[in-house]
Ligand binder design. Structure first.
Ligand code: PHE
Length: 339
């Protein structure tokens, strides 16, 4: 009897089956009520009592091995069946729910697109920057208030390493490695240490532009910004430049566009003035060119910078800045059509 069990054990370990039908035939042969194992159990009754213990153990072992082998053959055969026959490549797929682009991405893409059509190329740089690229190379005096703890996030224990507070740092990085002509736009996230409210956040997004070549004038700047405003807000849009101050431009200006809601008549959006401020700009200060390795006796240039949230607010009348960073799908879904 023990010899018979041993033989069967060797036999079941080498069983083969290619299809589920063949597996089923094996199962019947070995494991069914009239199968070989049942027959063994029958004969077990006549085993001498002193051998019963060992023979019983061997039979149980054989049963376990057989069941395991047949189960393994079964899953192998059915897996093969699935790949062979069950995949219908012509079946209509389940609909996939598409996401929407973030409103700030939509607006950024639009701004980048308008300036690329005017010949600007994209430049990007790190959000964690050093003081030189954010401030010193941009002509900020050592005691300029923008460096103050109030505005700038410092990396603890590294007073020279900060989170950039504008993407002018990317312009500095472009200037230090490129000689003019330079025509770049620099989109990116910037950080300022402000209390978070509906109207201010500790981070926001900017697009800054830089153009440097021989004989670049304020006229060029004005024309490019007018074209931008009309592409962004419609062909009727007018612009107005007001004198302003930035450490890195001279002269500097702030630009308003005619109100996107009332067209200039005066409404609550423009607080009755007919104008909305959208960006800062100016002629690059010769000190900035020199600090970045560009000869200011040969080259001149202009720069401008705008907040993407601000432009998005004007386009979509988003009243609370915080909505842009909360990822509330009900808010994000509203921009499906704008994608
Ligand atoms: N860097 C300025 C800011 O962050 C924007 C700006 C860029 C103004 C270029 C003038 C010229 O506010």
């Amino acid at each position: 009897m023990l010899e018979r069990i041993k033989q069967m054990l060797a036999e079941v370990q080498t069983l083969q089956a290619a299809t589920p039908e063949e597996v089923e035939a094996l199962r019947i042969k070995y494991l069914s009520k009239k199968g070989e194992l049942a027959a063994l159990m029958n004969d077990f009754r006549s085993v001498a009592p002193d051998l019963k213990r060992e023979v019983g153990q061997r039979i149980n072992e054989l049963k376990a091995v057989t069941t395991e082998r047949i189960n393994a053959l079964k899953s192998a055969a059915s897996a093969q069946e699935t790949t062979a026959d069950d995949v219908d490549l012509t079946r209509t797929p389940y609909p996939v729910a598409l996401g929407t682009r973030h409103p700030l991405t939509i607006v950024k893409n639009e701004i980048v697109d308008i300036f690329s059509r005017m010949g600007f190329t994209l430049a990007e740089g790190p959000e964690v920057e050093d003081d030189w690229h954010v401030y010193s190379s941009m002509n900020f005096a050592d005691d300029h208030p923008a460096r103050d703890m109030q505005d700038t996030f410092f990396v603890e224990a590294h007073p020279d390493i900060i989170l950039r507070s504008h993407t002018s740092s990317v312009q500095a990085r472009v200037m230090e490695r490129t000689q003019p002509p330079i025509r770049v736009i620099c989109p990116g996230r910037v950080y300022r240490n402000e209390a978070v409210s509906a109207r201010a956040h500790c981070f926001f997004h900017q697009v800054e532009g830089l153009y440097i070549d021989k004989q670049v004038s304020f006229r060029d700047l004005k024309q490019v910004l007018l074209l931008f405003a009309q592409e962004m807000f419609g062909p009727e849009t007018q612009i107005r430049l007001r004198p302003s101050y930035f450490p890195f431009t001279e002269p500097s200006a702030e630009m308003d566009v005619s109100c996107t809601i009332c067209g200039g008549k005066g409404c609550s959006m423009c607080k009755g003035s007919g104008w909305l401020e959208i960006l800062g700009c100016g002629m690059v200060d010769p000190a900035v060119l020199e600090a970045n390795g560009i000869d200011s006796t040969i080259y001149s240039g202009y720069a401008f910078g705008m907040g993407i949230e601000r432009i998005a607010n004007l386009k979509y009348q988003v009243k609370d800045l915080r909505l842009f960073s909360e990822n509330d799908v009900r808010f994000l879904e509203e921009f499906r059509a704008a994608n």
